[in-house]
Design a protein around this ligand. Structure first.
Ligand code: HPA
Length: 274
């Protein structure tokens, strides 16, 4: 199957390029930044088989490059920008890099995103460690023929987020005195921000947060047996909960501010991980 071959070849290409084993990978959401020690870069356009290598209409706030370097002595690969379903990419394209991360032999994946808060106990600027998700989108990356070299046909989702990574994130948050509540993320296709009625419906369903990314990658990570944890950054309250109208510039600005705490959390966590 070409999807599998493209994943393996891309992993080999990245391995050769950075020429060192990778311990952990991090996906950065809109407006979120993370600098590494001894940082090297590889632009997405230079990765021949990556479905996002011709991303001319890329979403503002995404740098579209891989960076590789050290955090707390660990070799970390950062995906600066992701593909979204709302851009027109298939779910398999969106999940492509998650499988590449698995085939790079990493020990885990940290996903970050910008999201809106439905739960009024949360505030703009908070970071939430995902405990569960609800997909509000009917498609997902596992639809279609299953390639057993990637994972099993039917994937258990009892604990979508890796307990070891989550426990370490919680310990780091406590140590740093950063609030890190748990929450359920609702995956909305977008790219419009939800209506007030949609937010009321999602609240009734049990969503604490809403956003337009992350879930395809989490599903692929579970399929591939790649430990994954998600840090969701609240850049705004959801439609109808805040009075202000939404705008992407505000999302980017708030996400950038949250990056400071996010970076501290990752530095501390990577320090303590095996
Ligand atoms: N809804 C969906 N996606 C988002 C939001 C939101 O309110 N904020 C940031 N990404």
């Amino acid at each position: 199957m070409t999807y599998y071959n493209n994943i393996v070849e891309t992993a080999n290409y990245i391995k050769k390029y950075f020429n060192e084993p990778i311990d952990y990978a991090v996906v950065l959401g809109s407006g979120i930044t993370l600098e590494l020690e001894d940082q090297q870069e590889l632009g997405y356009e230079a990765i021949p088989l990556f479905p996002g290598n011709k991303r001319s209409n890329h979403v503002k706030g995404h740098a579209n490059k891989l960076t590789f370097g050290k955090i707390s002595g660990k070799n970390v690969l950062v995906l600066n920008g992701r593909l979204h379903h709302y851009e027109g990419y298939s779910m398999k394209d969106v999940a492509f890099m998650t499988y590449v991360v698995k085939f790079l032999g990493t020990k885990g994946l940290f996903i970050t995103n910008a999201c809106g808060a439905i739960n009024t106990e949360f505030n703009e600027g908070d970071i939430i460690c995902l405990d569960d998700f609800i997909s509000l989108v009917s498609d997902n990356p596992l639809r279609g023929e299953n390639d057993p070299r990637l994972g099993e046909r039917f994937v258990d989702m009892t604990t979508p987020f890796d307990p070891y990574l989550v426990e370490n994130l919680n310990n780091s948050a406590k140590k740093l005195d950063i609030k890190l509540p748990q929450g359920t993320y609702g995956f909305f296709q977008g790219p419009y921000f939800e209506t007030r009625a949609e937010i009321r419906a999602f609240k009734t369903m049990g969503c604490d947060l809403v956003g337009m990314s992350t879930v395809p990658e989490v599903i692929a990570a579970n399929h591939a047996g790649l430990p994954v944890a998600v840090l969701a950054c609240i850049t705004n309250m959801a439609t109808g909960i805040q009075e202000r109208k939404h705008d992407h510039e505000h999302v980017l600005k708030t996400a950038h501010q949250i990056s400071i705490n996010l970076k501290q959390l990752l530095i501390e966590t990577l320090e303590n991980l095996k």
